[in-house]
Design a binder for this molecule. Structure first.
Ligand SMILES: [Zn+2]
Length: 410
């Protein structure tokens, strides 16, 4: 063999060795019981992406450890104390990072920080701060966009919930565009009341921009709900909440939102916001395809019982059994439990399968916001994966990977 041929052969062997090394380094194997089929699977992950899902003949271990896509929570107001209040003056960047890391422990691999009604100045400041998280490599794409709940909601008592009256207003497209810009063009969803002046045209504008319009904190009748859906409204935010305690038995916002098959719903399943029979009825009407389980979790999730004050002076009570109340309106103020609790609770009260529950807590939101890279365990998708056990309808998260990186291990 000539010297030049020998050199070429050495280069080829070296390249092969190098690529094998790369494969070993970039490749991971994760095994568990598939959340939909109930059969053991091996998932090959390469460079943060699912490369293959292989059915196995035998169980991975004696324990039933399930494997599923991570949760996608479309309504997270904060998680770890007041520095993580996404819609409040207290928000800090450290609060955003801490919340994300805590949510990983709960199996949440994607979430939409949710900014509730406040002054336009506070909302602008917080959107600017949050927009830095979109491209923060440490957060691994767990925050792809945002949810703005208010300020364009109903100011009627009961319907406004705990949103501060002084900042509630009719929709203003120019003002919204400024908030949209501050968010880095990533407001994925706006929750609003369709019955206020100019709301229907506002909905059309959002739909043209691809922003998901959610009906919430409103008192619209059948005619207006139907018109809002005609203009592109896609979902009802936390159906059954954001409504007055006393409703007209015929003309109220619940019936038209349940009756129109075009409308998806999100529901808070923390065992306080909705009664089991409400969840059962909503589920029977909308099914697993059009229902999204959300947490509406707040910055009080990691705090102990007590009386708290928001930056706008609203007094809140966190009870010993973990109910977060807004006594002034006798309504709830979001929840203090993550979406994983909601998944178990929905399974218990509706009898739905684990696969159906994950459709509602993972794949449906990904589809709603056109995030086609996540929400299912399929080749080509992001390796946002969780391993967990279930006992008495309680999910216990054991491991969480985001983009193939192990971010939590129990
Ligand atoms: Zn709300």
């Amino acid at each position: 063999m000539s010297t030049s041929k020998l050199i070429i052969l050495k280069i080829i062997i070296f390249t092969i060795l190098l690529s094998l090394e790369k494969n070993t380094n970039g490749q991971q194997i994760i095994e568990g019981i598939h959340y939909e089929t109930g059969h053991p699977v091996r998932i090959i992950v390469n460079n943060g992406i699912i490369e293959n899902v292989i059915a196995l003949d035998n169980a991975v271990s004696d324990r039933l450890v399930y494997i599923a896509p991570g949760f996608f929570d479309n309504q997270v107001n904060g998680f770890t104390g007041i520095s993580s209040s996404f819609g409040e003056v207290y928000l800090t960047y450290e609060g955003i990072e801490e919340s994300t890391a805590e949510l990983w422990k709960e199996g949440v691999t994607t979430y939409l920080p949710t900014l509730t009604t406040n002054s336009i100045e506070v909302l602008t400041r917080n959107f600017k701060l949050l927009s830095k998280a979109l491209n923060d490599k440490k957060l691994l794409g767990s925050i792809p966009g945002f949810h703005l709940e208010g300020p364009y909601i109903s100011s009627e008592e009961g319907y406004r919930g705990s949103h501060p009256t002084q900042f509630i207003k009719p929709p203003d497209w120019e003002e919204f565009l400024k908030l949209y810009k501050a968010s880095g063009d990533r407001i994925f969803q706006i929750t609003m009341a369709p019955e206020t002046e100019g709301a229907l045209d506002f909905i059309s504008n959002c739909s043209r921009k691809g922003i998901v319009v959610a009906l919430g904190h409103h008192n619209a009748d059948m005619r207006i709900v139907s018109a809002a859906i005609d203009r592109g409204a896609k979902i009802a935010t936390h159906l059954g909440n954001g409504a007055a305690n006393m409703l007209n038995r015929h003309n109220n916002p619940l019936w038209p939102q349940l009756a129109d098959d075009r409308l998806n719903i999100s529901i808070i399943c923390d065992s306080f916001h909705l009664l089991p029979e409400e969840i059962r009825v909503f589920y029977k009407v909308k099914g697993a395809e059009k229902t999204i389980i959300t947490s509406d979790v707040t910055q009080y999730a990691t705090l102990g019982p007590g009386i708290y004050k928001t930056s706008t002076g609203e007094e809140l009570e966190l009870t010993t059994n973990r109910m977060l109340r807004y006594p002034a309106q006798d309504v709830l103020y979001g929840s203090v439990s993550s979406i994983s609790k909601g998944v178990g609770y929905v399974m218990r009260v509706t009898g739905c399968t684990l696969g159906e529950a994950f459709r509602m807590a993972s794949s449906n939101p990904a589809r709603l916001y056109n995030l086609n890279d996540r929400g299912v365990l399929e080749p080509g998708k992001r390796a946002d994966i969780i391993l967990f056990t279930i006992k008495d309808y309680q999910l216990d998260i054991e491991k969480t990977w985001v983009q193939g990186k192990l971010v939590y291990e129990k």
